[in-house]
Design a protein around this ligand. Structure first.
Ligand code: XLS
Ligand code: NI
Ligand code: NI
Length: 444
């Protein structure tokens, strides 16, 4: 097989924090046991197919800059798909991360009919199985692209035309089965164009009902075929539509509850989407944990000044560590993982840039894991949290939560109080921030 990433001759290895080798991991030591689990099993890192192998560096102002020969318009689509897949698995193997993620259209070109598109996907799934057996790479999740083709201009499930819904449902059925054949650990639905541009032409109530119907069909089909992976919805507040229905974790949770889906569907939380929704990454994780719907993470980063999905590779150890702390405190990942839904900048045109980008992302997340594990082990944050609420474990707290008090009884109680105001205590925010900073400095 011809190598695509010939500049990187050997698999990327762990060399430790003092290494100056740019093609080595400084923090990701896959077999190291952290908080009772191998690093690799904690993080379940995945490379995404779309940004890394389908993205060509184009932006709204100009065409592609990256060297991706399989994207040349002159190439035969199926041979190009095979060349792309060979390069992708060469990359996964050299990077040494255990998982990948894909959209149906990333791995197989759309044909001239639905039937031909299915045949293309089936053929590429066979090819992927062969590469997966050869390299040991596993599938974290598959997903159907229900947003690129012009037929989805007004959404897929939320389209005003049921013909488009029917087409999307057929596509999802095929992609879910492909994911199942590949042993996928999850199946993702990101609401690409499930939202609206203007309310002037939008019947929101209908669109939400339609979106729930598709999700119910997915859950039913998952059980029918015996797919044991988790169904995940990926929240995002806007882009491409002005208002996406799956705005953030709390909106998705409300939606799932309203339509009786909260026991079947969880969330895939993307860091950059959290930022766009005006939340911290850790907030979205904690919201999902509290609701019992945490699933997986799309690990990337936004930009402080740009209000769109810039999908940079994760850069901030602290941001990731605070999210990972919530994940560890909530019991860790199960079927989910950390998927690098991140892309190269337009000028990063050397083939080795894809390695540098991922190595940086992997090390950021690995180091964040060390910080989060140290915070768990230190126990101070957990202690502060539980002491802060200790009153709720006492008699008054238990009576209030247990429904033994009313406004009337609490009014009576207040009138009869012998003492004055409740005692106020420090929230100690700065001291806790300093504690986190110490662990960020020291984690090794
Ligand atoms: C887009 C989303 C997308 C999903 C998969 O913003 O992040 O890449 O992860 O459809
Ligand atoms: Ni994503
Ligand atoms: Ni995104």
């Amino acid at each position: 097989m011809t190598e695509f990433f010939g500049e990187v001759t050997a698999p990327i290895r762990y060399e430790g924090p003092d290494s100056d080798n740019p093609l080595a991991y400084r923090w990701y030591d896959r077999d190291r046991v952290v908080a009772g689990r191998r690093m690799e099993d904690h993080l379940r890192l995945a490379v995404c197919y779309w940004h890394s192998f389908n993205g060509d560096g184009s932006d709204v102002f100009g065409s592609g800059t990256l060297d991706r020969p399989w994207l040349a318009p002159s190439s035969d689509p199926m041979s190009a798909a095979r060349a792309k897949m060979a390069a992708a698995f060469e990359f996964f193997e050299k990077l040494g991360t255990p998982f990948f993620c894909f959209h149906d259209r990333d791995i197989a070109p759309e044909g001239t009919s639905f039937k031909e598109s299915c045949a293309h996907l089936d053929e590429m799934v066979d090819e992927a199985l062969m590469h997966m057996r050869r390299t040991g790479t596993q599938l974290l999740w598959g997903t159907a692209n229900l947003f690129s083709n012009p037929r989805y201009q007004a959404g897929a499930a939320t389209n005003p035309d049921p013909e488009v819904f029917a087409w999307a449902a057929a596509q999802v059925r095929h992609c879910l089965e492909a994911t199942h054949r590949l042993g996928g650990h999850n199946y993702v639905l990101w609401g690409g164009r499930e939202g609206y541009e203007t309310l002037l032409n939008t019947d929101m109530k209908r669109e939400l009902d339609q979106m729930a119907r598709l999700l119910h069909l997915v859950v039913e089909h998952k059980h029918r075929i015996g797919f044991t992976g988790t169904i995940l919805v990926e929240p995002k507040p806007f882009e491409p539509t002005k208002h996406q229905y799956d705005f953030d974790v709390a909106s998705v949770h409300a939606f799932l509850q309203r339509y009786g889906l909260a026991d079947e569907v969880r969330v895939n939380i993307e860091v950059n989407h959290a930022t766009l929704a005006g939340h911290d990454f850790a907030h979205e994780i904690a919201t999902a944990m509290a609701a019992g719907i945490f699933g997986s993470v799309d690990a990337n980063a936004g930009d402080d000044r740009l209000g769109w999905d810039v999908d940079r590779f994760p850069l901030s150890v602290e941001q990731m560590a605070l999210g990972l702390y919530e994940i560890l405190a909530g019991g860790g990942l199960t079927t989910g993982g950390f998927n690098f839904d991140a892309k190269l900048r337009r000028q990063s045109i050397d083939r080795s840039d894809l390695f540098h980008a991922h190595i940086g992302g992997v090390d950021t997340v690995a180091r964040a894991l060390l910080v989060a594990a140290a915070l768990v082990e230190d126990g101070a944050l957990a202690r502060v949290r539980s002491e802060r609420y200790s009153g709720w474990d006492g008699e008054l707290g238990r009576r209030i939560l247990g429904g033994d008090e009313t406004l009337e009884s609490l009014h009576g109680r207040a009138l009869g109080l012998g003492h004055g105001e409740p005692e106020r205590l420090s929230g100690r925010q700065e001291a806790l921030e300093n504690l986190v900073a110490r662990h960020v400095e020291r984690a090794r």
